[in-house]
Design a protein around this ligand. Structure first.
Ligand code: HAM
Length: 399
């Protein structure tokens, strides 16, 4: 998780994105009005409860980060005073889903939201950022993009989907029967078999001229930047606020929960939540899923502990604490072994955590101002003066 998050944080200054921290607890209406009443997240997955205030306000643990960021942006008046903004956030989200590998009830997202940019170059820039992120982690991932249209062209697409759904009523699942009028785009998300989905209307066939030009520019910019992607005209998102560009990034080795990053444009959301008509776009990284993908591809960084200090006897323990401090000051990563373990057990743990050296100090070594420096990979040991220890470790080359 640390690797997944720090790689994302490291990218933010390069794209001029600043951090925002928003509450984990918000009024339920925030999500009803943004994530959407017909989304699974709001319909079935939110953890909600009544506050003990007079109004018995119903609050929810945040199921996603976007609505809270939009609320904070409007409340600070930025939509009117200084609309072009870029934020990132990182923290826990909560959804009452059936837990399985890669799907948890409390999970961590790292998200990015950009406001005030309606141009397609911004969509491409975020996708390039995601590409940089996967490259930094050496993660091979598949990027799928689509355009789901806007208020001008979406109604015709919706209508076509409803018509198609009625024609295939018997082949659709019960969830789809419920969705057909409320949220027909989600018919494409159903567990219906691929052959049936292939006969469904395709959002790209319904795009108006503006949406088509926007999508063409996104694609052209990605092509020019050398970013690989696939157009998936059946990609729709589970949250209600999306317009135009929608995307998902999938990694291998994760089984059913393979989407590690997802997002899209939400041009009407700020206005729908009471702000000015400011466009928005963003995405969120599922940090556990990235960590699982790194593990599956054996890309997890090993521990970078240089040395474990093993002190034998009370007096040596006191000396060891000072030695550990001096070595850390010299830039080395050092761990002190538990004083309750025997030498053999401490050596085997040092090996297990991948430390390069063990530094062994006993009463005798202490009296002579030396330690035993054991190279754990080579199983060789030599005596080194305390004053020369950091040079001996650094000189031998660090991990
Ligand atoms: P989302 O697709 O609901 O989008 O979630 C984004 C990512 O969070 C998913 O692709 C997945 O990696 C991870 N995720 C979601 N649910 C779980 C779970 N139960 N357990 C583990 N990981 C999970 C959003 O949340 C939008 N707010 C993204 C966005 C930002 N769109 C625009 N701006």
């Amino acid at each position: 998780m640390l690797q997944a998050e720090s790689a994302a944080r490291a990218l933010m200054p390069r794209y001029g994105v600043g951090e925002i921290r928003v509450p984990a607890l918000e009024r339920i209406q925030l999500y009803q009005r943004s994530t959407g009443e017909t989304s699974d997240v709001v319909e079935k997955q939110m953890y909600t409860f009544s506050d003990r205030d007079e109004a018995e306000t119903v609050v929810a643990l945040r199921p996603e980060g976007t609505p809270g960021v939009v609320r904070a942006y409007i409340e600070a008046g930025l939509d009117r005073s200084d609309p072009e903004q870029r934020f990132f956030y990182s923290g826990p989200m909560f959804r009452r889903e059936r837990p399985q590998k890669g799907r948890y009830r409390q999970f961590y997202q790292f998200g990015v939201e950009v406001f005030g940019r309606a141009d397609a170059a911004c969509d491409a820039e975020l996708l390039i950022m995601i590409n940089d992120y996967c490259k930094a982690l050496r993660l091979s991932a598949r990027m799928e993009i689509n355009s789901i249209g806007d208020a001008t062209c979406r109604p015709a697409f919706r209508e076509a989907l409803v018509k198609w759904g009625r024609e295939h009523w018997d082949e659709l699942c019960e969830d789809c029967h419920n969705r057909i009028d409320r949220n027909p785009l989600r018919l494409l998300d159903c567990k219906i078999d691929a052959k049936l989905a292939a006969s469904a209307p395709n959002s790209l066939d319904y795009l108006c001229d503006d949406c088509r030009a926007h999508f063409d520019t996104v694609r052209g910019t990605l092509d020019a930047a050398g970013v690989e992607y696939q157009v998936n005209p059946r990609l729709v998102r589970g949250l209600d606020y999306y317009t135009r560009t929608a995307f998902e990034i999938m990694a291998e080795g994760l089984g059913a929960q393979s989407t590690i990053i997802a997002g899209g444009r939400y041009d009407g959301l700020v206005e729908a939540m009471g702000g000015a008509a400011v466009p928005g776009i963003g995405f969120a990284i599922g940090l556990e899923r990235v960590a699982l993908a790194l593990e599956a591809a054996e890309l997890i960084d090993g521990t970078s502990i240089d040395a474990v200090i093993i002190a034998l006897g009370d007096a040596a323990v006191r000396q060891a604490a000072k030695l550990a401090h001096d070595l850390r000051d010299a830039g080395l990563a050092v761990e002190m072994a538990s004083a309750l373990r025997k030498l053999r057990a401490s050596l085997s743990r040092a090996n297990k955590i991948g430390a390069r050296y063990a530094i062994i100090i006993g009463e005798d070594e202490m009296a002579r101002g030396v330690v035993q420096l054991r190279d754990l990979a080579q199983s060789t040991q030599r005596q080194v003066a305390v004053g020369e220890l950091s040079d001996a470790i650094v000189g031998a080359g660090r991990n």
